[in-house]
Design a binder for this molecule. Structure first.
Ligand code: TXA
Ligand code: MG
Length: 324
């Protein structure tokens, strides 16, 4: 079983032990503000291969490379002025920029799947400090088995990968709860590749530009790894529910009531006060609870599609998509 170190009780030990695992070319599960990541040295092919093996990912997809700060990111990627502005405004934070890889970057092609671009973000909190201490970028997908719901607590990680990794750093629950927003600047325009922890409205307010949405669940795969079916619970998910049937779990929002609610095996409200950021933070944990409840299916009420609601609806659509 993986060793577990809580940042709250042993912050220095958490860094030291994690750096030790990384130096040995192995992955370590770490908290970020979005979800827990399975992090490894982005310059070491053995370490990157270990990420894929641990997750049971069938093939190599490009991974997000996490940097300590903008200066470190600039050593690996070429920034156009708009990407620069986004980085200055939103880093550290849940925004990933797809940028041109510098020819002299030490990031291994296994981390970028051989593309001439690289996905980069600067995470908040412990992860940022760890990267500074380690001194190299960390490639990190979410710390879950391939195709499963991303973990937002150390317990989630332990329950899934605990038998396959050496170390889990426990930073409590992830405050954002959905993965980073991924954008790519092209010809001075911002394209949304994956909605996430920074809303489109926030990107538009910061830049005065209209964000172009091209990626939809089920749409053409924009990047290797953007699979339609993802975040899959075992139980079938029914979206936009206006009623609930016997033996279903209901995931609701803002105290919305639906027909037959008394029949539900369990009712989970993502945010009784109707706060979409709170709903995003609770989403994956509630999907896991619903899945584990033994109910026949999961019914989810309509979620407003503004702000972080867009990321929530994206993850729900993927969870409901036909399995591959
Ligand atoms: O919040 C997050 O982003 C979390 C935490 C751990 O940082 N990470 C995460 O990683 O969600 P992952 O591996 O599940 O998702 C990475 C996504 C993939 O869908 C991949 O297609 C896209 O980023 N990506 C990475 N590099 C890319 C590139 N060069 N071009 C296009 N897409 C890229
Ligand atoms: Mg993932």
């Amino acid at each position: 079983m993986a060793r577990r170190i809580a940042i709250d009780s042993a912050p220095q030990e958490a860094i030291t032990a994690a750096v030790d695992v990384l130096r040995r070319g192995l992955p370590v599960a770490i908290p970020t503000e979005t979800v827990y990541g399975l992090a490894a040295d982005a310059t070491n092919p053995t370490a990157i291969t270990a990420i894929y093996e641990t997750k049971g990912r069938p093939r190599f997809n490009p991974l997000i490379c996490h940097m300590a700060d903008l200066a470190m990111a600039e050593r690996h990627a070429i920034f156009d002025p708009l990407s620069q502005r986004l980085a200055e405004r939103f880093w550290p934070g849940p925004l990933t920029l797809i940028l041109r890889l510098r020819a002299d970057s030490a990031i291994h092609p296994l981390a970028t799947a051989g593309l001439d671009s690289v996905g980069i973000r600067v995470p908040r909190g412990f992860a940022g400090g760890l990267i500074s201490a380690f001194g190299r970028p960390l490639a990190a997908p979410s710390a879950n088995s391939s195709g499963r719901i991303s973990p937002t607590s150390a317990d989630h990680v332990e329950g899934d990968l605990g038998g396959r990794i050496e170390l889990i750093i426990d930073g409590g629950e992830c405050p954002v709860g959905v993965e980073s927003t991924i954008v790519k600047v092209e010809d001075g325009r911002i394209r949304l590749l994956r909605p996430g922890g920074i809303s489109v409205e926030a990107l538009e307010a910061a830049t005065g530009k209209t964000v172009i949405r091209t990626q939809k669940a089920g749409a053409t795969i924009e990047a290797p790894g953007m699979l339609a079916s993802h975040y899959a619970p075992d139980r079938p998910i029914r979206l936009g529910a206006t009623s609930v049937a016997e033996d279903e779990v209901l995931i609701t929002f803002a105290r919305a009531t639906v027909e037959g609610e008394h029949l539900a095996r369990r009712v989970l409200d993502l945010s009784p006060s109707g706060n979409l950021a709170e709903a995003a933070a609770n989403l994956f944990a509630y999907m896991k609870k619903a899945d584990a409840s033994g109910a026949r299916a999961i019914a989810v009420v309509p979620i407003p599609n503004r702000g972080l609601g867009e990321a929530i609806n994206d993850r729900l659509a993927r969870a409901a998509a036909p399995r591959e």
